[in-house]
Design a protein around this ligand. Structure first.
Ligand code: NAD
Length: 296
């Protein structure tokens, strides 16, 4: 049994903390939201009143917070110097590479082992304990990181040094955002040309157009029964979340001098849909925008 402090019990963190408790660990859980704390308590965690209380005798600290500023302030003001120096610190939030490296530097200077460990997989994978983790850490810390993440994971891959986990996450999601738009455009064109989108799935999923957006998440209802297209684009991966990740990618591209024109175009299109009030719908609903039926 490991003493775990879990900070941030939202859509993702709630299920992740519950899986740590289910695996037999003692989970001291904190969130600013009372309802998130109640849910954690009903799932075997021990709710506490502050970050300091959660981390004071923790062996592992896990954070799952909204964005970079939350992560920087919680680590610099409430975790570093408060948790025992022997504690392993794991940030699973999706944040910018620069902040991840800054937090890693602060943690390392204070003697902690730290890893950025963002995830792929949505709330269903968080609840099921089948997330994919991409880790930025010192090589010597990785075995410990992998063990700590195990109750929440399907696979854990070390991407490289600090910040590399976040770099992998934003590059992967930029690729996904672009491939989904390509899939949506192809379906919209197929429909205009009188080609049945379901028949197009049969062909594209076995041809060179094959990709995850086609074969596992087809935006037209029918061929992939688990895809959000079958339930009015509810649930799944929200357009606003994809937009957040594309903004991180564009920011990183501007700072590093990388050329990402397709990523920029994708960001503009998801921002348009988000601005039309569709930020809460699954990102594959972009098909409806391209078909001129954004509201459906
Ligand atoms: P969320 O908004 O549901 O949860 C964040 C939680 O953090 C909230 O409950 C909030 O009250 C809490 N919080 C904020 N500031 C805090 C503080 N100072 N101390 C304690 N708690 C605090 O968000 P989420 O969907 O769980 O996403 C969390 C992270 O995971 C984000 O970085 C997101 O980009 C990433 N992510 C989300 C998904 C997804 O499908 N939702 C998938 C992959 C990655």
């Amino acid at each position: 049994m490991t003493k775990i402090a879990f900070i941030g019990l939202g859509n993702m963190g709630g299920g992740m903390a519950a899986n740590q408790a289910k695996a037999g660990h003692a989970v001291a859980a904190f969130d600013l939201s009372p309802s998130a704390l109640e849910r954690a308590a009903s799932q075997g965690c021990t709710p506490v009143g502050s970050v300091a209380e959660a981390v004071k005798d923790a062996e592992v600290v896990i954070t799952m917070l909204p964005a970079g500023p939350h992560v920087l302030s919680v680590y610099s003001e409430q975790i570093i110097g408060v948790a025992p120096a022997s504690a392993l610190l794991l940030d699973c939030s999706t944040i910018d590479v620069e902040t991840a490296r800054k937090v890693a530097g602060l943690a390392k200077a204070a003697g902690y082992a730290f890893a950025d460990a963002p995830v792929s997989g949505g709330t269903a994978a968080a609840d099921a304990g089948t997330l994919a983790f991409m880790v930025g850490s010192d090589e010597g810390d990785f075995a410990r990181v992998e063990t700590a993440l195990e109750p929440m994971s399907r696979i854990t891959i070390r991407a490289g040094e600090h910040g590399a986990g976040q770099a992998a996450k934003i590059c992967n999601n930029m690729l996904l955002g672009i491939s989904m738009l390509g899939t949506c455009e192809a379906i919209a064109l197929a429909e205009k040309l009188g080609l049945d989108p379901e028949r197009f799935f049969e062909i594209a999923s076995k041809s060179s157009g094959q990709c995850w957006s086609v074969s596992s998440y087809y935006p037209w209802p029918g061929p992939v029964p688990t895809a959000p297209s079958n339930r009015g684009y509810q649930g799944g991966f929200a357009t606003a979340m994809m937009l957040k990740d594309l903004k991180l990618a564009q920011d990183a591209a501007a700072k590093s001098g990388a050329s990402t024109p397709m990523g920029a175009q994708a960001e503009a299109l998801y921002a348009l849909f988000d601005g039309m009030g569709h930020g809460g719908r699954d990102f594959s609903a972009m098909l409806q925008l391209l078909r001129g039926q954004a509201g459906e």
